[in-house]
Design a protein around this ligand. Sequence first.
Ligand SMILES: Nc1nc2c(c(=O)[nH]1)N[C@H]1C(S)=C(S)[C@@H](COP(=O)(O)O)O[C@H]1N2
Ligand SMILES: [Mo]
Length: 363
Amino acid sequence: MGLWGKREDMLVYGREPFNAEAPRHVLAEGPLTSLDGFFSRNHGAVPDIDARSWRLTVDGLVERTLSISLEQLTRQFAQHEVTATLQCAGNRRAGLAEVAEIRGEDPWGPGAISTARWAGAPLADVLAAAKVLAGAAHVAFEAPDVCETAEPPTTFGGSIPLAKALSGEVLLAWQMNGEPLPAVHGAPVRVIVPGWIGARSVKWVERVTVQTEPSANFFQARSYRVLPPDFDPDLAGPLDGISLGPAALTTEILSPTGMSPLSCGPTELSGYSFAGDGRQVARVDVSLDDGRHWVQADLDEPQSPWAWLHWRATVTLPSGETVITARAWDSTGAAQPESAAALWNPKGYANNSWARLRVTCRD
Ligand SMILES: Nc1nc2c(c(=O)[nH]1)N[C@H]1C(S)=C(S)[C@@H](COP(=O)(O)O)O[C@H]1N2
Ligand SMILES: [Mo]
């Protein structure tokens, strides 16, 4: 077994902070990702938290400030389950790095995305117990892990608008696929914000603050923002660029993997598509001629409105080299953008351009 209980074949970008994604064939295995293949994205060392002394503070614009133990959280609030896909804003960054250099960020492939069945208390129920006061607009989360590479070093945090926080799908989760939440995924309790970039699903959460403004934490105010292409991220000030929230519609090809030559003829392609907050994947097309002709893929039934779906299509691959292209449409009629070049941004976020995979076939 690898680090943090992960598979040996994970692609590990760093041991501490631990950052790793599964190879394509693991993501293709099914609608839920096994715990040992679930990607992990960390900005600091995994904190050592004693679940017995852990407490969650709920404060800010609330009538009653709460301090909740794990036992109180799990016993006094009804347990809800949500199957949700978690995707890092840096998923598929490698496609942007091919366009132009991206400094200081890991070149994630298609695997900074995974899906689990999360169980926990709806954040809305906990906020109802604290009674949110008038004027509240955002809910901020704080965790104790420290990112040493931030300027200056800082703990991790972020926020979501109050409307999202009060929607039933946002959880304070203590279980993942029926198991207690593993340490690397935020034990004892993490936030799960379905449909939003992974950074808002704060792990090891210790404090929930209801406030008028978004979180001033580095990871909300300065990082996870789409900067204009000509901005130097080191010189960008707080609130420069566009703050990322709801995830962008995206697609990847998982099979074939592009690693070894194929035999020509009918070949089954498969992959994932994920639509993000409040939208559904409505159609997936594949092309063998870079989008001049498209074939519609068959879609698997998604496990929930918050989960990716897998799709498959059979195409006849010609001899030699072919670039397979795939793109999705969502329930609003929007499609993915064609090129990574058009989306390039200095921190390499939100690459949701068409998936492209080069394969070679032999007769
Ligand atoms: N406390 C804390 N929460 C965090 C992070 C972190 O570094 N510290 N990383 C965030 C990011 S950027 C992502 S993509 C997800 C990754 O969750 P995972 O490691 O469970 O896959 O956690 C988010 N929550
Ligand atoms: Mo992320």
